[in-house]
Design a protein around this ligand. Structure first.
Ligand code: SF4
Ligand code: SF4
Length: 206
């Protein structure tokens, strides 16, 4: 069955994201969709953003069990849920507990292959934008990780975390002083409607 799918692309620089109306009635019909299979990984640029928007999220994340804490990242490992898994920020009643701009990179940009909006020639500018953003975020977070390493700071050490969170905002500001050209290659907001054949349950590709 063909279905109209509405996408809204948001250009917010480093915090850009893609909204998809189909997610509210995900064809997987398991009330968790792609969030069943992912363990979000938070990097320094996410922590800096949280410090501005919702600083309590940092303490909340570190209070949770079953994290993988590396020197410059934190993974919230998913849990077994029925026959699959579930991201621990996901609830069947209200979806992701994070607003989209507060999510980590994959969770802001990912749209399942069943929708494959990237195949639309009219949206090629957004594909270039999000590909560039992905590379830019990786580069920035690697640079921030190198800065922490050079100062012998690691998120693995709980006693160093306040020093790290005091240091990161100024370092990210310095590294992003000059906005990359692709930031101005797309409008602040653009809506698109595409038509795709929709299959249900396990037949819907993730
Ligand atoms: S699987 Fe696709 S439709 Fe379902 S929640 Fe994920 S992105 Fe949305
Ligand atoms: S953080 Fe939110 S969007 Fe990302 S996998 Fe978890 S519930 Fe889904």
């Amino acid at each position: 069955m063909d279905k109209e799918i509405r996408l809204v692309f948001h250009n917010r620089g480093l915090r850009s994201y893609i909204e998809v109306d189909l997610c509210y009635e995900c064809p997987r019909q398991d009330q968790k969709g792609c969030c069943a299979y992912y363990s979000p990984v938070f990097y320094p640029s996410d922590f800096v953003y949280w410090l501005k928007t919702k600083p309590d999220l940092i303490d909340y994340l570190f209070s949770l069990p079953h994290l993988t804490v590396l020197d410059a990242s934190v993974t919230l490992n998913h849990v077994i849920d029925g026959l699959s898994y579930r991201c621990r920020f996901h609830s069947k009643e209200s979806g992701c507990l994070l607003e989209q701009h507060n999510r980590e990179s994959i969770c802001r940009h990912f749209v399942c292959p069943g929708i494959s909006w990237e195949k639309e020639p009219s949206l090629a500018h957004w594909k270039t934008f999000f590909d560039s953003l992905n590379d830019y975020e990786i580069k920035l977070n690697n640079q921030l990780a190198d800065i922490l390493k050079a100062q012998n700071l690691s998120l693995r050490n709980p006693t160093q975390r306040s020093e790290i969170f005091a240091l990161l905002p100024a370092e990210l500001e310095r590294l992003t002083k000059d906005s990359p050209a692709f930031f101005s290659s797309c409008p602040e907001r653009e809506e698109a409607v595409i038509i795709r054949p929709v299959s249900y349950g396990g037949e819907w590709p993730l």
